[in-house]
Design a protein around this ligand. Structure first.
Ligand SMILES: Cc1ncc(COP(=O)(O)O)c(C=O)c1O
Length: 393
């Protein structure tokens, strides 16, 4: 499918001949796949013959989703997982031994921060945080002979930091380690980390890929060698496989991914412009704003800035909570990347495990409100936030 455009790939990519004729990919709600005889079973187990062995390693519905994501992310292969965190954990676990180190931007989702900081410390691996990730020198200084990979989330949740992916990819190459990019916020419809030089792409497919808050999921896209090793290794003994029904929901979501992302971007810039001119808003984090420090870099490497934005109110932490509690239409929930607009207070929820000091370093004050801008009429999104802001005047 290499020669086809993104939308064509999103509709047709990765479908194997295995599936019978059907417009919608069939849901193979089965964990086992009977063999014709013992010889065939042994050949499939030895990977000498294509086939399915057991639902923890592979499933025909999940396989279409994996292949489609590999096509869209321009990698040789992909492996789906039960959640975004399961993808990041399984990949990092595979790449790290006791005594190893990883280098990561501190502008990451709170769960990723906790995994690298506390989770891997318990397993004997160490994270070297880059607390000024806009500086390439800071990345260089955080790489040691024990570093096994660089990890970046761009754009980041919730501060919307944009990494210079080509520069980081070059640095990773110089140091003979892979660059892993979390592309959850942009999705392949807006950014191709591999085309920018990254080696491995991870996603929480729970977010924009699925698009309607109906299913947890994650994916790792990379070389066939890596994905085979993950399938035969940690997928086997850790077992974070994606459910066939969730993969099917993800496939449905992908069919209109780029249409959704285009509208998400339009609605987000409308809200960002409104917020930037509001007297009760101190600052707005959205790389699509010309005033944003990442505006030029974002334009170079993304087709659009997606719809996650955050803003700091001119007030107290209690005022931020008052704004959220005053919403009448928009949803107050711990999630992002759905058709419905979601508003969150990261300091007390998604990023609370970081603690005040780490949150301050990562640019997450208690007065920060995160908005995952949905697909409602933009005037209604703005209207609800406007009336909620009026409650603190
Ligand atoms: C950028 C990013 N990566 C990974 C994750 C983790 O994904 P999941 O919630 O599917 O485990 C999240 C969750 O919010 C996220 O925002």
């Amino acid at each position: 499918m290499k020669k086809h455009g993104f939308d064509t790939k999103a509709l047709h990519g990765g479908q194997s001949d295995f599936q019978p004729d059907s417009m919608s990919v069939p849901i193979y709600q089965s964990v086992a796949y009977p063999y014709s005889d013992a010889k065939e079973a042994a050949a499939i187990f030895r990977a000498e013959k294509p086939g399915y062995t057991y639902g923890r390693w592979s499933n025909p519905t999940v396989e279409v989703f994996e292949n489609r994501m590999a096509v869209l992310e321009n990698t040789e292969a992909a492996i789906a997982t039960s959640s975004g965190m399961a993808a990041i954990f399984m990949l990092a676990h595979h790449l790290l031994d006791q005594g190893d180190e990883l280098t990561a931007s501190n502008r990451v989702y709170g769960g990723t921060f906790a995994l690298f900081d506390a989770g891997f410390k318990r397993m004997g691996a160490k994270v070297n945080w880059v607390t000024t990730p806009e500086s390439l020198d800071a990345w260089s200084e955080a790489i040691t002979p024990k570093t096994k990979f660089l990890f970046v989330e761009s754009p980041s949740n919730p501060g919307l930091f944009i990494a210079d992916i080509p520069a980081l990819a070059a640095l990773a190459k110089e140091n003979n380690v892979p660059l892993i990019a979390d592309n959850t916020i942009c999705t392949p419809a807006l950014q191709s980390p591999v085309d920018l030089g990254a080696d491995i792409v991870v996603h929480s497919t729970t977010k924009y890929i699925c698009g309607n808050a109906s299913s947890m999921g994650g994916i790792i896209c990379g070389s066939k060698e890596l994905i085979d090793a993950l399938r035969l290794g940690p997928m086997r003994y850790l077992g974070p496989s994606q459910a066939p029904f969730n993969a099917w929901l993800n496939l449905i979501g992908i069919e209109h991914l780029s249409l959704r992302m285009a509208r998400h971007c339009e609605n987000a810039i409308s809200l960002a412009n409104f917020l930037e001119s509001h007297p009760l808003v101190e600052s707005v984090n959205y790389p699509g704003l010309e005033s944003n420090p990442y505006f030029d870099l974002g334009r170079k490497q993304m087709k659009g800035c997606s719809s996650l934005l955050s803003f700091v109110i001119n007030g107290t932490s209690d005022d931020a909570v008052t704004v959220i509690d005053s919403l009448e239409l928009l949803v107050h929930a711990t999630h992002l990347g759905t058709c419905k607009t979601i508003v969150t207070h990261p300091a007390s929820t998604t990023h609370s495990a970081m603690g005040p000091e780490e949150m301050a370093k990562a640019g997450i004050p208690p007065t920060l409100i995160r908005v995952s801008v949905g697909l409602e009429d933009p005037a209604d999104i703005i209207g609800d936030i406007e009336q909620a802001l009026e409650r603190i005047t």
